[in-house]
Design a protein around this ligand. Structure first.
Ligand code: CP
Ligand code: NVA
Length: 298
């Protein structure tokens, strides 16, 4: 039987992804319902920094009675040039699941192709599917099903934006993306999802009457050198309370965090008393626990 991986939202059957999101809410209400994963180990290989993703995975494994093992890539032989294929073959003989945060998405695919155990994308340059599980959970807990709703992405056509494109198909919503011309998401991905996804320039047009507005940093990890240039290119793309006023009356605002106040989001909006972003962050733990339960039980 082939090993299930979670490198993008499209890797598991749609019903499983919807099931993981529903299960996450269930486990949040009653953590005692979790199916024990005693004696199982999750390996975490991170080539980029992380707060939420790492802690969510480690706490989730603790609560599932399992263990996790964190490897900063630079401290392992991977950082000294041991081939990915060899690392995958060795580690997957010892642990039961691996979560990897890296740069090139192709590296994850290569790792997964040599792994005997499920591999999870803990963020690559192209996709961040774990964050989408939490975002979809958060929307459904506050506003019900997202199917048939309208969502606006404002800012960089980055890994988060591209995961929203996949989510539009899996969760059946319309996605309006406002981004500068030079920072659009992958055109093939957009074309493949053109029945649900529209790319435009103007943020106010994208957010009009939508139920959810989402943004992310203008310079992602690995793009630190471009920070100043990007600040100029994205100047018109800050999500503010004023921009939110163009969305539907009870529209939610989400951000995967970390956030840069005064850049992609105004301080006033992100620090609003009714912001759901802190719960969105908490839901990373519940949804990754549900994901692990699924992958470790398969
Ligand atoms: N949103 C997110 O993935 O946060 P970390 O980089 O802290 O894991
Ligand atoms: N787009 C951001 C997301 C961080 C969680 C990055 O890749 O750095």
């Amino acid at each position: 039987m082939s090993v299930p991986h979670f490198l993008t939202l499209l890797d598991l059957p749609r019903a499983d992804v919807l099931g993981i999101v529903a299960r996450a809410s269930e486990l949040k209400r009653d953590p005692a319902l979790a199916r024990s994963q005693a004696r199982k180990t999750l390996g975490l290989i991170f080539e980029k920094s992380s707060t939420r993703t790492r802690v969510a995975f480690e706490v989730a494994m603790t609560q599932l009675d399992g263990a996790s093992l964190f490897l900063a890539a630079k401290d392992s032989q991977l950082g000294r040039g041991e081939p990915i294929a060899d690392t995958a073959r060795v580690l997957s003989r010892m642990v039961d699941c691996l979560a990897i945060r890296t740069f090139e998405h192709a590296k994850l695919e290569q790792f997964a192709s040599y792994s005997k155990v499920p591999v999870i994308n803990a963020l690559s340059d192209d996709f961040h599917p774990c964050q989408l599980l939490a975002d979809m959970q958060t929307f459904s807990e506050h506003r019900g099903s997202i199917a048939g709703r309208r969502v606006a992405w404002v800012g960089d056509g980055n890994n988060m934006c591209q995961s929203y494109i996949n989510a539009a198909t899996v969760f059946d919503f319309e996605l309006l993306i406002a981004c500068p011309a030079d920072f659009a998401p992958n055109s093939e991905l957009v074309a493949k999802n053109s029945s649900r996804v529209t790319v435009m320039r103007a943020p106010d047009a994208a957010v009009k009457d939508v139920d959810l507005v989402v943004t992310d940093v203008w310079a992602s990890m690995g793009q630190e050198d471009e920070q100043a240039k990007r600040r100029q290119s994205f100047a018109a793309y800050q999500v503010t309370t004023q921009l939110m006023s163009l969305a539907a009356d009870n529209a939610l605002f989400m951000h995967c965090l970390p956030a840069h106040r005064g850049e992609e989001v105004s301080a006033e909006l992100i620090d609003a008393a009714d912001a759901v972003i802190w719960e969105e962050a908490e839901n990373r733990m519940h949804s990754q626990k549900a994901l692990l339960e699924t992958l470790l039980s398969s």
